[in-house]
Design a protein around this ligand. Structure first.
Ligand code: PLP
Length: 402
C-alpha cells in the first residue's frame, strides 16, 4: 500500500457526504465497544491479505478501499460485546475441561429468556447444525423438504444429502413466503410425505418478512407429522409490526422448532453457536442426531455473556437501522429500487444481470453476496459499518449506476 495515495476516511466525512450526522454518534459507540483488545485490535474484515489491522477503513486514490470490504456473509462488523470478550479471556483457563456445566448454564439462561423449560433448548455448533439436525430427523428418502425460492439453502443441502426430494415454492411478488402454496405443493406429492417445511423469517437473501397472521394460519394447517423449522437468524433486526417470533407458539405446536443464532446481532459468527427451541420430545428427536458437546467452551462463555448485554444488542440494532437508512437514501437518490429489509442486508434491484456487477465490485475490493438464480437481477449486500458502506457506494456508483 502506497502511503502517498492512501486517504484516511473518517466517520464524520461519511456523515457529511450522505448528509446524515446521526450515524456518527451511534457508530462511534459501536466501534469503541468492538475495539476492546483481546490480544490486539479487533479485526473487522477478512481479506486476501489477512485481517484488517484497524477499524479505520483506508481508501486509495479514486475512493477505492485498500483492503477487501467483506459485505458478502451478513456478519456483524461491529463485533462482539466487550462482556463476551472478557468471558472468553476468563475461559482460557478452562480449555482442558469438557464443557458440561457451561452447556447447562447457557441452556438455563436461554430457557429463562424464552420462558420455556431447559429441556426445550438444544445448543448447536452454529444454527447451521440445528438445520442439519432437523434435516436428518425429518427428511430422507420418501420424506421431502419444502422451502421457498429464494431462501437460505443450507437445509436443502442437508436434506439432499439425506436423500430427500425437494420442493421449491417461489416467494410471493412482494417477497413473503407463499405458505398456502407451500402447503398445496406438499399435499400434491405422490408417494412422498412432506417431512420438513423450512421457513426463514426474516428471509435470507431477500431480507423480507412473512407476516405473523400468515405464519399463525400456516402453523394451524401444517400436517402434524411434518416438522416445521422456522429460522429466526435475523430476528433481532426485524422491526415491522407485522413480524413476530413464533417461539411462543411452540406450546401449541408439537411439530414446531425455531432456530436462533449468536452469529448475527451478537457478532459471534466465528465462534459457532446457535440453538433450537421446541417441545421437549422434539428436542430429544434432534438431540439423538447430534454428537456430544458440539459447542466449545469459548463459544459458550461468549454466548452467555452476550445474552446478558442487552445494551449491545440495542446499539447493534440502532447502528443497523441508521446505516440502512443512509444506504437506502443514497439508492433512492441514484434511482435504484430495493426490497424493504428487516435484516442486516439489503437486496438491490439492478434491473440487469447482477453477475458481472458482483465481479466488478470484487475487482474494486468490495465483496457482496453471490448470485441467487431466482432473482438474477438482485444484488445482496450486507449492511456493514458506515465506512464500509461508503466504500461500497463509491464502487457501486462506478459499476452499477454508470
Ligand atoms: N440461517 C440463516 C437464515 C442464515 O443466513 C445463516 C447464515 O448466514 C444461518 C442460518 C447460519 O448461521 P450460523 O450457523 O452461523 O448460526
Amino acid at each position: 500500500m502506497n502511503d502517498e495515495t492512501v486517504a484516511s476516511f473518517s466517520r464524520r466525512r461519511f456523515a457529511q457526504l450522505l448528509g446524515a450526522g446521526a450515524a456518527g454518534a451511534a457508530l462511534g459507540k459501536m466501534a469503541a465497544a468492538a475495539q476492546q483488545p483481546l490480544t490486539g485490535p479487533n479485526p473487522i474484515d477478512r481479506s486476501s491479505t489477512g485481517p484488517t489491522p484497524s477499524r479505520q477503513l483506508h481508501l486509495v486514490q479514486g475512493g477505492m478501499p485498500a483492503e477487501v470490504v467483506r459485505l458478502s456473509a451478513n456478519e456483524n462488523p461491529h463485533g462482539a460485546s466487550p462482556a463476551a470478550l472478557d468471558a472468553m479471556r476468563e475461559a482460557f483457563a478452562l480449555t482442558w475441561r469438557y464443557p458440561d456445566e457451561h452447556v447447562d448454564a447457557l441452556v438455563a439462561d436461554l430457557a429463562r429468556a424464552h420462558g420455556v423449560a431447559a429441556g426445550q433448548v438444544l445448543l448447536g455448533d452454529g444454527s447451521s447444525e440445528i438445520l442439519k439436525l432437523c434435516a436428518a430427523a425429518a427428511t430422507g428418502p420418501g420424506r421431502a423438504v419444502v422451502v421457498a425460492d429464494p431462501t437460505f439453502e443450507a437445509v436443502l443441502h442437508f436434506a439432499q444429502t439425506a436423500g430427500a426430494k425437494e420442493l421449491k415454492v417461489p416467494l410471493t411478488p412482494d417477497f413473503r413466503h407463499d405458505l398456502p402454496k407451500m402447503l398445496a405443493a406438499a399435499s400434491g406429492l405422490a408417494n412422498v410425505a412432506p417431512g420438513l417445511f423450512y421457513v426463514c423469517n426474516p428471509n435470507n437473501p431477500t431480507g423480507s418478512i412473512t407476516p405473523k397472521q400468515e405464519m399463525r394460519a400456516f402453523l394451524a394447517r401444517v400436517p402434524g407429522d411434518s416438522l416445521v423449522l422456522v429460522d429466526e437468524a435475523y430476528f433481532h433486526y426485524a422491526e415491522s409490526g407485522d413480524y413476530e417470533s413464533v417461539v411462543p407458539l411452540i406450546a401449541e405446536h408439537p411439530n414446531l422448532v425455531v432456530a436462533r443464532t449468536f452469529s448475527k446481532i451478537y457478532g459471534l459468527a466465528g465462534l459457532r453457536c446457535g440453538y433450537a427451541v421446541a417441545r421437549a420430545e422434539l428436542i430429544e428427536r434432534l438431540r439423538a442426531q447430534q454428537p456430544w458437546d458440539s459447542v466449545n467452551i469459548m463459544a459458550l462463555a461468549a454466548a452467555r455473556a452476550s445474552l446478558h448485554d442487552a445494551g449491545h444488542v440495542e446499539s447493534g440494532r440502532r447502528a443497523n437501522r441508521e446505516v440502512k437508512a443512509l444506504v437506502c437514501g443514497e439508492l433512492d437518490r441514484l434511482g435504484f429500487r430495493y426490497i424493504p429489509s428487516q435484516a442486516n442486508f439489503l437486496m438491490i434491484d439492478l434491473r440487469r444481470q447482477v453477475k458481472p456487477v458482483v465481479a466488478s465490485l470484487h475487482q474494486r475490493r468490495v465483496d457482496v453476496g453471490r448470485v441467487f438464480p431466482a432473482l438474477p437481477n438482485h444484488l445482496r449486500v450486507t449492511l456493514g459499518t458506515a465506512e464500509q458502506m461508503q466504500a461500497f457506494l463509491a464502487a457501486f456508483r462506478q459499476v452499477a449506476a454508470a
